[in-house]
Design a protein around this ligand. Structure first.
Ligand SMILES: [Mg+2]
Length: 241
């Protein structure tokens, strides 16, 4: 099993306390199907693959027989599209309109917001720019174009993790002494979700955490996340005498 639920069950969970000091907070947020509506990378693979082999690799990955790295290397290696066409295609992807409210919350409170994605940085940047969103720090896989072929690279692999192509937990090493929040939806979010002080989860990430007996706050859209963060801030604010 690539995603080790037994390990998650054995690892102690943090308590679900309110977040008292947002300015000492780092919020990590996934991109596909968390900020974007739907999985953009899946739609790229479906649209531009030269063959149907991607379905086989996807099934192997889902069954835990190959790592995310191997799956992505094979699927991206099988794509045939030039840079302009690819970026044009992804710019049509909608995003959750409340992502801007989440950015406003971070700006207002001094919390640092970082995007961590198993997608590719040029794709994430193109979509956010198309929506006029101010770009936060983006940690993602990288992509080089050679004509109509794509060459992926994975700068955030972890030697300690056999599961992920981009092990999003590596970014927690920079967060000592800070409160960490995580927002995500998928199996590529399981490593960071086990490191964060507080997790907002939906879909397969929520299922994983539920099965592992780990605490999380369910959400269906980023509006839910913003509302909960604002409630926490109001609850933590000093009361007037
Ligand atoms: Mg996702």
């Amino acid at each position: 099993m690539v995603y080790d639920i037994e390990f998650a069950r054995r690892t102690p969970s943090p308590a679900l306390n309110p977040v008292p000091e947002p300015e000492k907070t780092v919020l990590f947020i996934d991109f596909d199907n968390t900020i974007s509506c739907g999985d953009v990378l899946d739609s790229v693979i479906e649209r531009f693959s030269r063959s149907e082999q991607w379905r086989h690799w996807q099934a192997e990955w889902c069954a835990g027989r190959i790592s995310t790295l191997e799956c992505l290397q094979r699927q991206v290696g099988d794509l045939e599209v030039d840079e302009a066409t690819l970026l044009d295609f992804v710019r049509a992807a909608p995003i959750d309109p409340d992502f801007v409210r989440l950015q406003d919350w971070a700006a207002r409170t001094g919390a640092r917001l970082n995007i961590v994605s198993d997608n590719f940085a040029p794709i994430v940047r193109a979509i956010l720019a198309r929506h006029g969103v101010e770009l936060p720090p983006i940690y993602a896989n990288e992509l080089r174009f050679e004509g109509r072929r794509l060459v992926p690279s994975f700068p955030y692999r972890s030697a300690a993790c056999r599961r992920c192509a981009h092990c999003k937990a590596v970014h927690f090493a920079r967060c000592e002494g800070l409160r960490t929040l995580y927002v995500g939806d998928g199996l590529s979010d399981t490593c960071p979700a086990q490191r964060a002080d507080r997790v907002f989860a939906k879909d397969s990430l929520a299922e994983f955490l539920r099965d592992a007996g780990r605490p999380f706050i369910p959400f269906s859209s980023l509006g839910d996340v913003v509302r909960r963060l604002e409630q926490d801030a109001a609850a933590a604010a000093p009361r007037p005498d």
